[in-house]
Write a protein that binds this ligand. Structure first.
Ligand code: DX5
Ligand code: ZN
Length: 217
């Protein structure tokens, strides 16, 4: 399949959110990535339900919601009601991951699991049959605009092999420090979904940058 592009709204201009979302609507982007941070799991706070609901009213593309919060089980229903199409939880925040991802699917969303840079992909072996996507964090979660961690390429290749060997229908998403210089190698390594925040919104031509991320080859 062709890879997907999911621009991260975290790097957008919140004072002109409607314009930013309309730009995404017009662009080649496939999804819209929303980063939810609680100030506990990560040392930063982003935005919550009222903002997601407001975004949902304008967005023409599926909402790809990435939870960087402790105890996500408390809020799964509310993220579904707010308009999430995909809901990704952090592996490190879930004691009963199998239950959590099953609940996400029961609520009508696709289920993703995110791995911090230090978390090995092998830990997902027994949950791959129950999820739709794995998000490989290619920076330490919490902030946009950080430097891409190069060891991530091997992690993606390893995960790609695991998914292939099991015959699972699971996408690999990469998130953090993704730009037009590393996107090609990421896709060649096995990434199916590219999240990009600052490389899109800080560029002179965000729509053009999304187009470049989409048409890499
Ligand atoms: C980081 C978030 C990312 C972030 C990526 O914790 O999960 O989605 O927005 O931003 P960039 O692309 O600027 O690294
Ligand atoms: Zn993210």
């Amino acid at each position: 399949m062709d890879h997907l592009v999911s621009p991260s709204l975290l790097a957008s201009d919140f004072a002109h959110l409607e314009n930013e979302i309309q730009m995404i609507n017009r662009s080649d982007a496939d999804w819209l990535h929303l980063d939810i941070m609680d100030g506990v799991f990560v040392p930063n706070i982003s935005f919550g339900f009222p903002v997601i609901k407001a975004v949902k009213k304008i967005a023409a593309k599926p909402l790809d919601v990435h939870l960087m919060i402790v105890d996500p089980d408390r809020y799964l229903t509310r993220f579904g009601e707010a308009g999430a199409n995909n809901l990704t939880v952090q592996y490190e925040a879930c004691t009963h991951l199998n239950r959590t991802v099953s609940e996400i699917r029961n609520l009508g969303m696709t289920a993703g699991v995110a791995l911090n840079p230090h978390t090995p992909v092998l830990l997902l072996k027994n949950v791959l049959p129950y999820i739709d996507m794995v998000l490989i964090m290619t920076v330490n979660p919490g902030f946009g605009g950080q430097l891409f961690i190069k060891e991530s390429y091997n992690k993606i290749t390893e995960l790609h092999k695991m998914i292939d060997a099991g015959g699972y229908n699971v996408l690999i998403e990469v998130d953090g420090g993704v730009d037009t210089s590393n996107a090609g190698k990421l896709v060649e390594s096995g990434a199916n979904v590219l999240v990009a925040g600052s490389s899109v919104f800080n560029s002179a031509d965000p729509e053009g940058t999304i187009r470049k991320l989409k048409r890499l080859f």
